[in-house]
Design a protein around this ligand. Sequence first.
Ligand code: 13P
Length: 392
Amino acid sequence: MATSSLVKLNAASSQWIGQHSFSQRSVSSSSPTRRVSFPLVRASYVDELVNTAKTIASPGRGILAIDESNATCGKRLASIGLDNTEVNRQAYRQLLLTTPGLGECISGVIMFEETLYQSTTDGKKFVECLRDENIVPGIKVDKGLSPLPGSNNESWCQGLDGLASRSAEYYKHGARFAKWRTVVSVPCGPSALAVKEAAWGLARYAAVSQENGLVPIVEPEILLDGDHPIERTLEVAQRVWAEVFYYLAENNIVLEGILLKPSMVTPGAEHKEKASPEIIAKHTLQMLKRRVPPAVPGIMFLSGGQSEVEATLNLNAMNQSPNPWHVSFSYARALQNSVLKAWQGRPENIEAAQKSLLVRAKANSLAQLGRYSAQGENEDAKKGMFVKGYTY
Ligand code: 13P
């Protein structure tokens, strides 16, 4: 039989976590029952996890996501006529990560493994460039999506094998938070199996990350695909997040040391009517307030194919009154689209491209504080980037 009790992590810490005791019966029926206890999270990391999460969730700041796999980065480069080579990927990431003043609005950057180990052409590690701007380096640790046998054409997220040793290695190279993105499809059901698999995988990943000093970003993306109304997205999101928190608790996750990366609650991309930022904010906050304990420090939304301006307006609408958590952004497409267009792969455009990154970062920083206005935004920033069945 298993029982739970609370254990103080160390003398200096005010953190308490659950500890299970298992009554173990010996094979010989005559010997007495033996109690075995074990701590659930390595004590040395708990304070650090909490501090890392707090730093990322700091006022007026959010996350720049540039963790595209090489294949997806190739699509970004192809959109401006560049080949998908390591040199071009490095040049693009260098442009982004050496933007002067980036740390004013960006508190964390999620990188792909290749980028974590790369340096600028002058030999400075990208991780160092980030630290100089007071930005926390992060790493995508999942290994992508694969078809889920036995489901309704749904997928599951791979990457648990070897995750502990990879995470320890990423920590040694400067990463302090991690990201794992799995997806749930509304038009495919979603099936109970797909929801359970997504939630369990996220919880196991979160446990391994915390054990290795990385703050896990928990990201069950509810895809925009479909023609369903906003109420249906709300229903699915509530179900998914209920299950995620159930398994996070089962895996003894320290909630003060995680961040969430939800999709906003919107109608399906092919639904006949668009929803206003106020309606999206109302449904999204309703869902989060019903499901997310205030112990979680930050909600860092993904943009999911919305236009840059839409993603910023929706975030702004969510910050019109106080929330129990820091409500901010962790955008990839909604921060990078204008940058790519300004850059076009030309060295003489680097400065202009960095300026457009700062414009988007500043807009989202204002939205985090609830003070953004879309006045003066250019037409390109209003174009959506939704692609059916998008992978990362
Ligand atoms: P988007 O903001 O492009 O949806 O990115 C999602 C993501 O998971 C990036 O890390």
